[in-house]
Design a protein around this ligand. Structure first.
Ligand code: ZN
Length: 133
């Protein structure tokens, strides 16, 4: 029932001291290649996320190019890819895909239901030229 997926998030986890630079490199490459909404840096754990991370929001049509690209270019970082269906708890805990290690999410802070109309997926990157390779 992919018609129920309004968008996806990729959460890219890093260690503030060891791998923030790696995450910054991935972030720059994403911005150059994909029309997505890059979220701000969270150097402290926020919400259900147990480590520092930044979020990338993207529309379903980008999944077949962006997620494979992440698989090949995550440079050892852990990435959580989850759909947004209006059920945040299930989206994170049941429907998610992990690249790399599986981290223990704090699922209890996630609401069962959320109005997806409030989610901002407007791209804020300006990819140049060639499609992702
Ligand atoms: Zn998310």
């Amino acid at each position: 029932m992919t018609a129920n997926i309004s968008s996806y998030h990729a959460h890219i986890y890093y260690d503030v001291f060891a791998t923030r630079g790696v995450a910054d490199g991935i972030r720059s490459q994403i911005a150059e290649r994909f029309s997505v909404r890059l979220g701000r840096w969270h150097d402290e754990p926020v919400g259900p996320h147990p480590q520092a991370m930044f979020q990338v929001a993207f529309l379903p049509q980008l999944f077949p190019t962006f997620v494979p690209w992440l698989m090949l270019h995550r440079a050892g970082l852990t990435v959580l890819v989850h759909p947004n269906t209006g059920s945040p708890r299930a989206d994170h805990l049941v429907h998610a895909a992990w690249l790399g290690a599986v981290l223990p999410l704090k699922g209890e802070v996630l609401p069962e239901m959320q109005d997806i109309a409030e989610m901002d997926t407007e791209p804020n990157t300006r990819p140049q030229g060639a499609p992702a390779a």
